[in-house]
Write a protein that binds this ligand. Sequence first.
Ligand SMILES: Cc1ncc(COP(=O)(O)O)c(C=O)c1O
Length: 402
Amino acid sequence: MSTTENAIASAEAHSAHNYHPLPVVVASAEGAWMTDVEGRRYLDMLAGYSALNFGHGNRRLIDAAKAQLDRVTLTSRAFYHDRFADFCTELAALCGMEAVLPMNTGAEAVETAVKTARKWGYRVKGVPDGMAKIIVASDNFHGRTTTIVSFSTDPEARADFGPYTPGFEIVPYGDLTAMREAMTENTVAVLIEPIQGEAGVLVPPAGYLPGVRELTRERNVLFIADEIQSGLGRTGKTFALDHEGVVPDMYVLGKALGGGVVPVSAVVSSADVLGVFRPGEHGSTFGGNPLACAVALEVVAMLRTGEHQQRAAELGDHLHRELGLLAGGGAVEAVRGRGLWAGVDIAPALGTGREISEKLMEEGVLVKDTHGSTIRIAPPLVISKEDLDWGLDRLRTVLSAR
Ligand SMILES: Cc1ncc(COP(=O)(O)O)c(C=O)c1O
C-alpha cells in the first residue's frame, strides 16, 4: 500500500464515515497550494468552503495567532480579556452595525441568530409565547444541528434526525410572492443566504434581495443574512448583499472570520436587537476567546482596506469570463456565481461532480462537487492569476478528455 492508501485506510478505520473525502492526504499548505504526504502539489480551488479566503498559512494571520498564543488563549466569558473590545468594535464597524455576539462555528452562529430572533419576537415585537415563526428558503444550508436540519429540504441532511424543531416556514428560494404569503403577525425573521452556496452557488433573481429587505421592513420582521460562506470578500465585496445595496438587520458570519486558523463565528446586529439578551441566557465557553479575537481582528483589518474584495472582483470577472466560454462549448451546461465563487454544472454525460472532482485531483486541482454534476470553484482570494489560469486549463483538459 502507498503512504496515501495507508493513511486513508487508517483514517477510515478509526473515524465515523460522515464525509466522503477525495483520496488525497494533505501534509502541508501555503497560499493557494497544498502538498500531500507523498510530496504531490495541488491547487486548492475550494479554500475550506471559503474559510481560507486569505490562503493557507497567511503570514499576517499566523503571526497574529503566534503572538497571541504566547500571551493568553482562553479566559472564558467569565472574565474580560484585552482583545475582546477591539474585536467587537472593529467587526461591528466593518458591518456598519453596533453589536457583536461571538461564537465558534457557523451552525452555532445560526442557532444564535434563531434564538435572538425568537427572543426579539417575544420581547420587542409582542408575539405570543411559543408562536414565533421564522421563514427560510428551500435548498438552504445553514449547518447541521438538530434545529437547523429541521428546516433543511435536503433528505440526506434530515433523515433519521427527528423529532424536528417546529417554528419554521420553508418557501421557494427567490420567490418573493411566496415569502409575502407565508408571513403572518407571528413571523419574527427571514433567514436566508444571499447566494446559496451548498445548493450550487445559486444567485437569486435580480430584485429578490431588495424585495426581501422592503418586505421585512414593512412587516416588522428581522432580515437575517447568513453570509457565513458568501461574506468577507468572496463575491468581490465585503458582503454578497452589498451587490444589491441591501443592509440586513443581522449578519451571521463564520468561516473566513477565523482566517482558516481557528473557528470564529459571530452574529452582528443593532444594539437593540442583540440587547434582548441578559446574562446567563446564551453563551459559549470558547466564543470570543482571546486567540479567536486576535486572529479575527487581523481578518477584519485586512478586509477594511478593500484590497481582497477588489482582487476577488477582478479575478472573479476573469474566472466567470473563462467559465462562460466553456459553457458555450457543450461540456458545461451552466455557470453561476459572483466574484471568485462559481457553481459549474457539467454536462451529466461527462460524469458526476464527484467523478470530475477525482479527475481534477489527478490533474493537481482540488475542488468539491455538490449535487449531481455540479462542481464548486472557490479558490483562496490570494490566488495568482497565473495559478487560476493553470487551474482553468486543467479543467479544460478534464472536460475535453472525457
Ligand atoms: C451558509 C452557511 N451557513 C452555515 C454553515 C455552517 O457552518 P459550520 O460548518 O461552521 O457549522 C455553512 C457551512 O458550509 C454555510 O455555508
